[in-house]
Design a protein around this ligand. Structure first.
Ligand code: CAA
Length: 389
């Protein structure tokens, strides 16, 4: 690994001692416990069971959750710091972490009832179980209001029917937040979010996707056939489900932006190290201006992405409107990740195209950051709408 780590040098973000300690802890964990075996897990698409158990033990699965519910009580800045460090090594582990922290735990703590928090949040925050966020469907990806999954009101319970697609943690989760349409006439205001547990009658985990990247995380379709979900498992008031999903995704996008930043930084660090070791035409390739220019541009764009990610996290921590900042951070960081990882492969030449040097995995992992939790096109739409608000 390179010695240069691009830590927002020059701009004083006044990281607290705790935030700096989080960076050290996450970096140390990633290097000692995630790096060994990361290539093999990616090759075999093997879920990192032991690594996720350790993430729970070390507090990385419920970082922002109040200690009252077993969490770390930390701020979003600490969370993005940890996400970046873990993503520099293993983006499969960091997506599992991101979904659990920002889409499941955060949403439950912010909008769930006390009973729901007691029953589910503590187990999720400590990693006793992990969670999944189930919004996408075969015919509802970007167009998230077009829910075909139905939750019909049956008095004391809902009857849930439908299929969800591309669900992160789909097979490994124990708790699922499922978005479904209760009242079609009310459109998005007739959508609910229900908490479903694995093993409930009528709930089946479908096929595991064979993915381009983040291969060690498990992504599944889910089928619900007449699943009875008690009314007390609805999050918020009747019809709050779409607002819940959108509000939760606003914060989730900061997590994915931090993941993209980490993937880009991880690839950059490896390219910088390699450029100082590899010789061509009688000197280190770093001493060729063509390579220097690539690294300079990578370092600049990564630093810019980091500033956007930290800005969005800080706005959220200060309870300011962060919708546009989160979308900008995700849009920019994911584009930088795709570009920087491609450059890292190029700097490595033939070695970059084989698995041993890690950068081809970073390049495959980067692609999904432009797609999930809102594609780059959706982020532009969100940013544009905020411009004229
Ligand atoms: N925050 C809060 N509320 C929001 C919001 C936001 N960012 N965006 C929209 N809303 C609210 C609106 O205020 C509106 O509510 P009211 O009518 O009550 O005022 C309601 O949601 C509907 O909004 P629109 O009329 O703007 O709906 P639309 O259909 O035109 O556009 C969209 C909505 C922004 C395109 C939305 O569908 C969207 O974000 N799509 C992308 C979905 C997405 O990100 N999916 C990711 C899947 S999850 C995942 O990937 C997890 C994983 O496993 C890693």
């Amino acid at each position: 690994m390179a010695s240069s780590t691009l830590e927002l040098s020059g701009l004083n973000f006044n990281l607290t001692e705790e935030q700096q300690a989080v960076r050290e802890a996450a970096r140390d964990f990633a290097r000692t416990e995630l790096l060994p075996g990361v290539i093999e897990r990616d090759n075999a698409a093997k879920f990192p069971t032991e690594q996720v158990r350790r993430m729970g033990e070390l507090g990385f699965l419920g970082m922002m959750v109040s200690p009252d519910y077993g969490g770390g009580g930390m701020d979003t800045v600490s969370y993005v710091i940890a996400m970046e460090e873990i993503s520099k090594v293993d983006a499969s582990c960091s997506v599992i972490m991101s979904v659990n922290n920002s889409l499941v735990c955060w949403g439950l703590e912010e909008f769930g009832s006390e009973q729901q928090k007691q029953k589910y949040l503590t187990r999720l925050a400590t990693g006793e179980v992990i969670g999944a966020f189930c919004l996408s469907e075969p015919e509802a990806g970007s167009d998230a209001t077009s829910q075909h999954t139905t939750a019909i009101d049956k008095g004391d319970h809902y009857l849930l029917n439908g299929t969800k697609n591309w669900i992160t943690n789909g097979g490994s989760a124990g708790v699922y937040l499922v978005i479904a349409q209760t009242d079609l006439e009310k459109k998005h205001r007739g959508i609910n979010c229900l908490i479903v547990e694995k093993g409930q009658d009528g709930f089946a985990v479908g096929k595991k996707e064979d993915k381009m990247g983040i291969r060690a995380s498990d992504t599944h379709s889910l089928m619900f056939t007449d699943v009875k979900v008690p009314k007390e498992n609805r999050i918020g008031d009747d019809g709050f489900g779409f607002k819940f999903a959108m509000s939760t995704l606003n914060g989730g996008r900061i997590g994915i932006a931090a993941q993209a930043l980490g993937i880009a930084a991880g690839a950059y660090e490896r390219a910088l190290t390699y450029s100082q070791e590899r010789q061509a035409f009688g000197k280190k390739i770093f001493d060729h201006q063509a390579i220097q220019f690539k690294l300079a541009e990578m370092a600049t764009k990564i630093e810019a992405a980091r500033l956007l990610v930290y800005k969005a996290a800080r706005l959220k921590d200060e309870h300011n409107d962060f919708v546009q900042a989160a979308a900008m951070a995700k849009l920019f960081a994911s584009e930088v990740a795709m570009w920087a990882t491609t450059e890292a492969v190029q700097i490595h030449g033939g070695y970059g195209y084989v698995k041993e040097y890690h950068v081809e995995r970073f390049m495959r992992d980067a692609k999904i950051t432009q797609i999930y939790e809102g594609t780059s096109e959706i982020q532009k739409l969100v940013i544009a709408r905020e411009l004229v608000k």
